[in-house]
Write a protein that binds this ligand. Sequence first.
Ligand code: FE2
Ligand code: FE2
Length: 346
Amino acid sequence: MRRDGTPFAILIGMQVPNVTPLVTLSEGLRFHPAPLVTLRPDMDANFELYLGIGTPVGRRYVLYKSRDYDLTEDRRQFLIKRGVTALYVSEEDLHAYFGYVDRAVGTVLASEHTPPREKSQILYQTTASLVSCLFERPDSPVLLRSNQKMVSHMVKFLASDTRLLRATVAMFCCDYSLYHHAVNVATISTGVALQMGYKPGPELEQLGQGFLFHDIGKCQLPTEMLKKPGALTASEMAEMQRHPQYGTRQMRGREKIEAPTLEVILHHHEKLSGHGYPDKLGANEITVPARICAVADIFDALTSHRSYKAGLTGFEALKLMQAEMTSELDSECLLAMISLLGPSKR
Ligand SMILES: [Fe+2]
Ligand SMILES: [Fe+2]
């Protein structure tokens, strides 16, 4: 880390009132994005926040707020108006940031004054941010705990009103990424499970973790394979189809990870026809939570935009699934998803 006295405003070409006068250009440290939506001006943020600046030699990080300063709403709005969507937290402050995020999300979701749309947005973006971090470092106990807390928030939030699912899905990020896919599938699957009669509580939270971490085994696959635009070769496909086992192995024995979570991770690609993987289970061997995850997984895959294909609309995806996939997907799960995400009756 190098410190110098260059005025902050000169470095980033902005006139920023009342910012921390000290500038820290950080090199060699790892930074994690802290989306602005997760930063609440009404809560003490006892950690440093950095501004990420693109330079010809890569991104540099400039201290924006020290531990002693508050992030005021004025400053937050200032950044938003200039197109900044996230500040950054250094590795050493991650623990403090995650604790803060958990409190912040809990406070926002409990607030009677925050509109449901804003609640959905904060929960969605925060979970996406935390799960992206976990996928980078799947062995981290701190990151696992932070994600488990988000699952708990998600279950309670969606259980409070089934209409919240539609509102949350409407603001999904449709550009495919592994971590957005994880949150999308977790959100839809949790909503479907609630619709099918699961109650909020430890069991659904275990399942919620399975939904969120269902593809965590893909972190062990080569990036080129995950991003390959064309069809996979036979050997690549065989490797890709091992991700349920990789994920199960990755998560087994971890804190608060129990059998229901592992079952979803292992069997979310099984099909009622018996042609799924990895175990080619028959229709009566696939558990309901794995069936739920399968319908949400396919729905999100169909509606996501990829570099090589445009995503379907939600309506088109549901229509296709109902017309062509009934031999593979559980009809009760599919109907529950249609009742939640299909054409609105109002
Ligand atoms: Fe998968
Ligand atoms: Fe998936």
